[in-house]
Design a protein around this ligand. Structure first.
Ligand SMILES: [Zn+2]
Ligand SMILES: [Zn+2]
Ligand SMILES: [Zn+2]
Length: 399
């Protein structure tokens, strides 16, 4: 039984960014081999921290192939470790067991700590008394590894960021019988609250002096009891000189940083690469050449075409599989018929029975119509029903 109370529906909060690049590529019922599931991201590293994976890329590729066959994708990260993406749960399990490459290099394979997790937002009003830790524990069987309530510290916000194992976010999270739909989690751009630059935090800030959070000047910073900067000057933004705080979300710089984040998640790029791409596209757009022609729109058109092609290919595969199933079912039906011919009517007999019953129905209909017609003639009215008669009576009463 599903309790009605507390059920959250949020039709407005649909996912906008980061298309489901990692979601399964075939529906489960067509994925007999389990090869088209959601992406799992693994990390292959040398067994010892000081060790190294072999430079020879063929050694690594052959080792992986020998272990599991083909995989979805793999690349080296900046540490020289191998990031492996698989769409098959069995292959993921096998890779996690891998201890050695074909050249004898000892390795460990683990789930990628950062890349093999996904975040979403959900709102649930019936769990306000539970702590984040308790919630994480209760939701663990749904793959949840972290819960973080939004809003101020100590507040009991019903809206929370949920971190899940894997790369795909479910449409709903179940809090017991309460079903809460999920929304896309958009990470806000990383900003330093010392110099208000983007891309680093206060802890890693190299600026000489702390700036004012209101006027962006390097005056002595005074804060009130709530930690709010006291400044009597007019608000001024260090990024755009606009009349707003340097941390304002209305700042065009903030919008740019959001766009960089978007490139990062939707195109699966590193932070640095995403920034470079953004600047390149922006430069192309402002220099007069077609924005689309460079890498942005043009590429996404090409990408769309590519996606449609892939989709077609998948549909084709699905059709082939479905046809095979139909053929098999036909075979089974044939054999069933052969094995008990006496119990079942032949197709010809069946149609005869059906048409006979059809005739019965038709006859009955005719008779009904005839009866109705005669009664219509009696009242002299067309097919009005009882309700109208009652209304007429009411009208008469009112008169
Ligand atoms: Zn800084
Ligand atoms: Zn100030
Ligand atoms: Zn600004």
């Amino acid at each position: 039984m599903v309790r009605k109370k507390g059920v959250q529906s949020d039709p407005g909060g649909g996912s906008t960014s980061s298309p489901a690049l990692n979601d399964r590529t075939l529906p489960e019922w067509l994925d007999n081999q389990g090869e088209h599931g959601p992406v799992t991201v693994l990390l292959m590293a040398p067994e010892h921290r000081k060790g190294k994976l072999p430079n020879n890329p063929f050694v690594i590729a052959k080792s992986v192939k020998e272990q599991v066959g083909s995989i979805a994708a793999a690349y080296r990260d900046k540490d020289g470790h191998l990031v492996v993406k698989v769409r098959c749960a069995k292959k993921a399990a096998k890779l996690l067991q891998m201890k050695e490459l074909i050249d004898g290099t000892k390795v460990t394979v683990t789930e990628h700590a950062r890349l093999n997790q996904a975040k979403c937002i959900t709102t649930c009003h019936t769990v306000e008394d539970l702590s984040e830790e308790e919630l994480t524990e209760e939701l663990a069987d749904q793959g949840v590894i972290g819960v973080h309530r939004l809003g101020r510290k100590g507040g009991k916000s019903a809206t929370m960021v949920i971190t899940l194992r894997g790369t795909v976010v479910p449409k709903e999270i179940f809090f017991g019988f309460d079903r809460c739909s999920t929304r896309t989690y958009k990470q806000s751009p990383m900003q330093c609250f010392r110099c208000f630059g983007y891309g680093h935090t206060k802890a890693r800030c190299s600026a000489e002096q702390e700036l004012c959070r209101n006027c962006s000047k390097a005056h002595a910073i005074e804060k009130d009891n709530d930690g709010k900067t006291i400044c009597t000057a007019a608000a001024s933004c260090i990024h755009c000189n606009g009349a707003h705080s340097p941390t304002s979300r209305t700042c065009p710089k903030y919008a740019e940083e959001e766009e960089i984040n978007e490139i990062r998640t939707s195109e699966d790029k590193s932070a640095r690469e995403a920034r470079r791409l953004f600047l390149e596209r922006k430069a192309a757009a402002t220099s007069g050449s077609s924005y689309a022609a460079v890498t942005g729109g043009g590429n996404s058109d090409a990408k769309q075409l590519d996606n449609v092609k892939k989709e077609l290919e998948r549909t084709k595969q699905a059709l082939v599989l479905a046809l095979e199933k139909v053929a098999k079912l036909k075979e089974v039906i044939k054999q069933n018929k052969k094995s008990k011919p006496s119990e079942q009517a032949t197709p010809a007999e069946q149609t005869q029975v059906e048409s006979e019953s059809d005739m019965d129905v038709e006859e009955e209909e005719k008779r009904k119509r005839a009866r109705q017609h005669s009664s219509d003639e009696q009242t002299g009215e067309d097919d009005d029903d009882d309700d109208d008669d009652e209304e007429e009576e009411d009208d008469e009463d009112n008169k």
